[in-house]
Every structure is written in structure tokens, then in C-alpha cells.
Design a protein around this ligand. Structure first.
Ligand code: PLP
Length: 401
């Protein structure tokens, strides 16, 4: 028995579409990427969808488009994959960590307000860091594991302090609040198609926006900064070269990936429905394990279920964080020996060497993130997971707990 943490779901459709790209000879970003973008835009209800080489590069482009650069601070949750703060580092701005709400694993708007009040002065409609003089311009919020962060409250904070918001929706395809997909709350939102996500193109990303200027900027920046002049647009002459007035990047998605994306979009609803079914079975079967905390889905939120992340509650079990961490690790090891793959939720980025050393941070500085790092456990979940496999996971967790 070997149950992976997740498994991509492909049929002949993906293989045939890739073959058609290869047969056509058009391998770089082209018609298949365009079709994938159209399907993604239609699905999310957001006007413009621009594919990229990954979510990390989508986040970088989003920040550059918002004008983030040296001398600026960007608030980032401390419990997130390292790619989130890394995208800020690429712009030479400073990521400023903020702790999370331990129920949702997302930024806690109250903690964001407190961080602002304690560390910034509000002068001329701008937040200035009391210690460094940096300007706080942006919040980079993460919709962790497929659950939307409290974007409605965060938008209010942004309006109050003249901040911009970028949404890291790497895991958040299918994530909704009040039936509205993330990306529709006034900010750009970036997604990942890494194989750990609900749909995949191998590597790949997408950024969505309703703002035409942002969409045009992203389009130029992902392709070496190439923009078409007004005259070229008007004449639509293929032999004319575009203008290069921006420092751009090569962050394009290939048409081979686009080919896969088209058919992953067609499977998306079925994949999300199956994951929701598995989540409901886990909820029903594991709800009575004392100190084994199941994911929280706030009212009016639709979880995208990129991952089903549980947590060992050290307070309920009367254990220190370190003792509960040992219990979590032992459980993961025993499950691994039975062929059941589990993983911790994600990292507390402030505890990782690069950030810890550069910004002189201590593990306990962001205690909820530290706890989430040490005490979470992700259970297997994927479209082709059989009833027998689901049952095997549940039975063994119950037995070992
Ligand atoms: C929250 C978050 N942001 C960004 C990324 C980076 O995504 P990608 O691998 O597509 O660059 C990930 C990847 O797991 C993630 O979980």
C-alpha cells in the first residue's frame, strides 16, 4: 500500500493536446496558453488572466506592477511557503512578517492593524516605518491551503492606510467568499499549477485582474518588457518590432503547459467536488479525536481544498509545543511506515535560515505560525483516491491517536 499526499489527474485529453502542440511546431506561449487563460478567466469571473511560468513569477510580476521596490515594506504572513516572501525580496523591498489566525492559517486582520499601529506613523497619507524609514505600501495576503483569507477586512485596512493588496492564491483555485471566487475583491491574485495543487501544468502560474492597465503591464513584463506601440496596434503588422521601454523578464508559460492546462480546467469542477467529498468524510470520521484539530471553514466561505491540514493542539493535550511536535512527528512516521504519506502544512518562513539570519528573527516572534509549522499534518487527498484508501487513512489515524 502506498498512498501519496496528492496525485495529478490526467486522461488521454492532455496527452493528445500536448501531441498537437508538438506536431504544430508551436511550443512557446501561443494559442494553447491563450485558450487556457480564457478558460481560467471564465471560471473565476475575472476579466484578464495572464499565464506565467510559476506562481512565484506571477507574484513577482504582481509586485512590480504595483510599483513595489527598494525602500518599501510589504506585509506578508509568517506562515507561508518561502516563495511568498521571496517574491518581495526580488523587488528589493522588505517583507515584514505578520502572524496568522491559528484557526484559518491566514493573516489575522487584527494583528495586521496592530503591527501597523505599533511600527508605523501615518504621514501625508503614507505609512512610514519608525525604525527604518521604509514606506509600507502593500499587503501580500495568502489564501492558505485553499481557504480565502479575510480579504474583506484586509481591503478595509488597505483603504484606511492607502495600501495596495496582492493576493497569493497559489493554493486557492475554487476558493470563494459569498460565492465569489478570490480575485474578484479588487486586487490581483496569483495561482500555482505545481503538481501539489488541485490542477497542474507541471510548473506554471496565472495572475488575474479586472484592471486593464495591470493586465497590460503583466503581459509586457512576462515577455521581456515588450509592448506594442499604438501605431503597431492600429496597423497590426506582424513584421514591426515591439517597443522595449520596461525591464521585463522571461516568465512565459509554454504552449505545452497551456495544452495541459486546457484539459485540467475541464476537469476542475470534478476534481474540486471529489476533494470536497473526501474532506466531508474526514470531517465525519475524525471529529471526535481529542486534540486532533480539523480545518475550520468560516461561514459563507467555500474551501478550495488544495490540502486538508489538521493540527495537534498542545493546549488541549496539556503538552508543550515541543512535546506536541514530537507526537506529530511520531504519528507522521508511523503513518509513513504504513504507506500513508503526510506532510506538515507549510513552513513558518520567519524560522527559515535566509529570513531568520537576514532579519534577526526568533522562532517565537510569531507564535501561531511557529505552532502551525510544528503541529500541522496534511492528510492525503486526490481525485483518484479510492474508498479503500480513504478508509485505510482514517482507520490508521484513529488507531494510532
Ligand atoms: C502560498 C504559496 N505561494 C507561492 C507558491 C509558489 O508556487 P510555484 O511553485 O508555482 O512558484 C507556493 C507553492 O507551493 C505556495 O504554497
Amino acid at each position: 500500500m502506498k498512498i501519496p499526499i496528492t496525485k495529478p489527474y490526467f486522461t488521454d485529453d492532455e496527452y493528445n493536446e500536448i501531441k498537437s502542440s508538438m506536431d504544430s511546431g508551436w511550443l512557446v506561449q501561443g494559442p494553447k496558453v491563450k485558450k487556457f487563460e480564457e478558460l481560467f478567466s471564465e471560471y473565476t469571473g475575472v476579466k484578464y488572466a495572464k499565464a506565467t511560468s510559476s506562481c512565484t513569477t506571477a507574484l513577482h510580476l504582481g509586485l512590480v506592477t504595483l510599483g513595489v521596490n527598494e525602500g518599501q515594506d510589504v506585509i506578508v504572513p509568517s506562515f507561508t511557503y518561502i516563495a511568498t516572501p521571496n517574491s518581495v525580496e526580488y523587488t528589493k523591498a522588505t517583507p515584514v512578517f505578520c502572524d496568522i489566525d491559528l484557526d484559518t492559517y491566514n493573516l489575522d486582520p487584527k494583528k495586521v492593524e496592530k503591527l501597523i499601529e505599533n511600527n508605523y506613523t501615518f504621514e501625508n497619507n503614507t505609512l512610514v516605518n519608525k525604525k527604518t524609514g521604509n514606506k509600507l505600501t502593500t499587503i501580500l495576503t495568502v489564501h492558505q491551503f485553499g481557504l480565502a483569507s479575510d480579504i474583506i477586512e484586509l481591503n478595509k485596512i488597505a483603504a484606511k492606510y492607502n495600501l495596495k493588496i496582492l493576493e497569493d492564491g497559489a493554493c486557492a483555485v475554487g476558493a470563494k467568499i459569498n460565492n465569489t471566487h478570490v480575485g474578484n475583491f479588487g486586487n490581483m491574485c496569483a495561482f500555482s499549477f505545481h503538481p501539489r495543487k488541485s490542477i497542474t501544468t507541471g510548473e506554471g502560474g496565472m495572475i488575474i485582474t479586472n484592471n486593464v492597465k495591470e493586465a497590460e503591464m503583466i503581459e509586457a513584463l512576462r515577455s521581456h518588457g515588450a509592448t506594442l506601440s499604438d501605431l503597431q496596434r492600429h496597423l497590426k503588422k506582424g513584421y514591426l518590432l515591439p517597443e522595449f521601454n520596461l525591464l521585463g523578464y522571461n516568465y512565459r508559460m509554454t504552449d505545452i503547459q497551456g495544452a495541459i492546462g486546457i484539459h485540467q480546467m475541464k476537469k476542475l469542477d470534478s476534481i474540486l467536488n471529489k476533494k470536497k467529498e473526501i474532506a466531508n468524510i474526514y470531517f465525519n470520521e475524525l471529529k471526535d479525536l481529542d486534540g486532533f484539530v480539523l480545518p475550520v471553514v468560516p461561514e459563507n466561505y467555500e474551501h478550495g481544498w488544495q490540502s486538508f491540514v489538521c493540527r495537534i493542539d498542545n493546549d488541549i493535550l496539556n503538552l508543550t509545543i515541543e512535546e506536541a511536535n514530537e507526537k506529530r512527528n511520531k504519528l507522521m512516521e508511523e503513518l509513513e511506515n504504513l504507506g500513508i504519506t503526510t506532510r506538515q502544512g507549510t513552513h513558518a518562513s520567519h524560522t527559515l535560515g535566509y529570513y531568520k539570519n537576514k532579519y534577526n528573527l526568533e522562532d517565537y516572534d510569531y507564535i501561531n505560525s511557529y505552532k502551525a509549522d510544528k503541529l500541522t499534518i496534511t492528510l492525503p487527498m486526490y481525485y483518484e483516491m479510492s474508498e479503500y484508501e480513504i478508509d485505510y487513512v482514517i482507520k490508521n489515524i484513529k488507531r494510532l491517536w
